[in-house]
Design a protein around this ligand. Sequence first.
Ligand code: SAH
Length: 463
Amino acid sequence: MEYLPIFIDLKQQDCLVVGGGDIAARKASLLIKAQAKVTLVAPELSATSKAMVDAGELSWLQGYFDPAQVEQQRLVIAATDDEDVNAAVHEAAKARNILVNVADSPEQCDFILASILDRSPIVVAVSSGGDSPVLARNLRARLETLIPPNYGKLGQLMGKYRETVKQQFSRLSQRRRFWESVLEGPVTDHMLAGREELAEQTLQQQLQNPEKNDFRQGEVYLVGAGPGDPDLLTFKALRLMQQADVVFYDRLVSKEVLALVRKEAEMVYVGKQRAWHAVRQEEINTLLLEHAKQGKRVLRLKGGDPFIFGRGGEEIETLADEQIPFQVVPGITAASGCSSYAGIPLTHRDYAQSCVFVTGQLKEGELDLNWEALVQPRQTVVVYMGLAGLPELSRQLQAHGMPADKPAALVQQGTTENQRVWISTIAELPELAEKEQPVAPTLVIIGEVTRLHKTLSWFRTKE
Ligand code: SAH
């Protein structure tokens, strides 16, 4: 090991930073975060450092570096663009045995500043020993996605009860078991979901009754899986996917996304078929409820966004009635995913000032839509579930005044490697679909913006 990672208490400690540029400012701001008393030496300041001085975060010694300035400092950092000045700072600190860091010069460093993930009181520091700061930053970014923002609050809560737990359990092994059960149980779930009060109450109950181990209450996560590309999942979606006990997913969820669900979770396919939809929906609602009542973490994974043509609202109504806790995680809806990956901006200053999402699902062979609103100029119309009713859609739009040559697009399996995009007109779309036979799911986008596909398309598929 080239360096020993240590965490220094710098509260109210004097620290010196030499340099007026942005690198000096960045290092100074780290020291300030750790509540150090920072003095910055520089003849002039960059805008960033100036703002810090103006905000009273540090004091500025205007002028050139003088070796006497390192006297009594806890840490010294040199970050000027003048090697001689940096060397002088280094030498002055060394002479007084004060720890020094010279930016971008590992051989002149007694210590290095790590890439920091701050979930105070939890702090993770990553270092590559100066070999590759970029790599260290990359690793830190990965950790950032894994460690939820409320992790720090969990740490605070555990800190608050540390003494109480110590008094209650005299043996270390008992304490360890207690804290492990907290980490694997509902206290942590509540805290990470932002239910701080409930987390604390549950911790208190668990303390009063440590033998009882079913403090877990079931919970349902209604999560948007996005349009297909697993890279489009949110951090939160991924985290909940990795802690589920049972998963109910439907046809629209891509297999790449499913592959990211916790391996031990029970997977239940509840794909819907158009015709017997209504019956099944009630069954799904009941399934979610029953599993949650057994104390499980139930993941309801839905394509796109659960609240956009996803019946997400209906599924959680039953849970709300029965007071089962749930969380809803938005996903990238097909309109967003398909338009981005097809190079079709949904709004555009020159072509469309508004955008509407409608369902094109037929009811007894008919479409019940507000046609007057849909044929307005300078707007984009996105039709979900529009493939089967395409001839009717095309006919009605024209009958209500939409020009036959209005540009329109079909996007098949957007954001996946099977994505295909066809550009046509509203009059010719049914014929095109008849000929090309797009595979579900396919999205219909109507409006001048679809013309932009030709120049803005960027996503490359197998095809
Ligand atoms: N909740 C989903 C929509 C469910 S309705 C969402 O927010 O995206 C199902 C319809 O969505 C399909 O008929 C199709 O029109 C559209 N759709 C969903 N994913 C799609 C994809 N990857 N490519 C094209 N259309 C998609």
